[in-house]
Ligand binder design. Sequence first.
Ligand SMILES: NC(=O)c1ccc[n+]([C@@H]2O[C@H](COP(=O)([O-])OP(=O)(O)OC[C@H]3O[C@@H](n4cnc5c(N)ncnc54)[C@H](O)[C@@H]3O)[C@@H](O)[C@H]2O)c1
Length: 390
Amino acid sequence: MSAIQAAAENYPTHDLQAHTNIPVETLRALYLPDRDLPNGTAQNASTDSTTVTFPTVRTEYPAVKKLNPLNKKRILVTGGAGFVGSHLVDRLMLMGHDVICIDNFFTGTKSNVSNWIGHPNFELIRHDVVDPIMVEVDQVYHLACPASPVHYQSNPVKTLKTGFFGTYNMLGLSKRVKARFLLASTSEIYGSPAEHPQQEEYWGHVNPIGPRACYDEGKRVAEALTYSYSRQDGVDVRVARIFNTFGPRMNWNDGRVVSNFILQALRGEEVTIYGDGEATRSFQYIHDLVDGLIALMESDCKEPVNLGNPDEFTINEFAETVSRIVREVGGKVKGEGEVRIKHLPPVEDDPQRRRPDIERAKEKIGWEPKVSVLDGLRETVLYFKRTLEE
Ligand SMILES: NC(=O)c1ccc[n+]([C@@H]2O[C@H](COP(=O)([O-])OP(=O)(O)OC[C@H]3O[C@@H](n4cnc5c(N)ncnc54)[C@H](O)[C@@H]3O)[C@@H](O)[C@H]2O)c1
């Protein structure tokens, strides 16, 4: 039994149950629709080699909760068309809130939120957060920022502008309309950590001039701005330090470990590992992260909170597990059962170890991950397989 399989035994339920009382099947229908249902095709395009056809017929939107107007919030999600943002939008919509999604579609897509376009509770605005915008809302989830090295390093100056001006504009907006503000920060603010696991008190070990600095330092200045607005202007702030997250709708060509492995295994290619594969990572499933973001926003906790899954595995273990799951779901893996791994030179400044200490999240917001990496990987492989087929 692999370490990832063994760890899965510690999870109470072997399913993808989320905390916010939204049935998993309801969430699943939004990213992995049943092909036989009329609405199931709404987010999927059919395509041949030269053309692509998007269906226009949607008989009805997914059912959303009917909220008492006093409990119904107007919620802004910046970066809402991205991987994390679109799952957050799904959840907030299903919970019955009014949701405004702002995105410049740099890495996000309209198809990620296509389930909701035209819905009376939903608004999609193409906008770059580097420029100011004014909307009347009660809460701001500020996620807009490219998250993968391929994307954030493609224009590092823009990444820094997004980190600073984007956060500055959203904090200014929150101050003006008295909205509660949540920053999607990152474990990258710990850099290549000298402490393990990483607690929120740890100040980090970041290379300020390396290729990852535009993202890491962008997020660090975003945190500094957030707490400055809190101290100086009384803005009600929350900071989530998000650790590696995976799941359906993650960008599949951004070179991140999970998507890379799944795609390579599904395509029958060699699985490429940078370095010797003994570096460790911990990955949380997207439903757990969304639960954590909502729990943090609704809590009284103003301190930064780590949101991640503390189960830690080597990159080699991930490669083997992904290949095995791909075989289980009927995908291809080169070498008939044997994992073929190609080792490439290590990436500059790539941290060797990363694992969250989540004691604060448990204590202050009552959150901990519920989905094992194994269950999450199975769902993600299914999603990628379906998407590749389409
Ligand atoms: N996915 C992870 O593992 C992870 C880990 C740590 C932190 N985070 C943070 O969570 C947030 C979401 O990450 P993700 O994985 O969904 O990435 P993503 O790239 O899928 O989503 C980011 C979204 O922000 C949009 N965006 C980027 N720059 C923008 C700008 N200037 N104006 C408006 N929209 C802009 C993109 O188009 C995209 O829709 C990011 O802030 C990221 O730093 C993610």
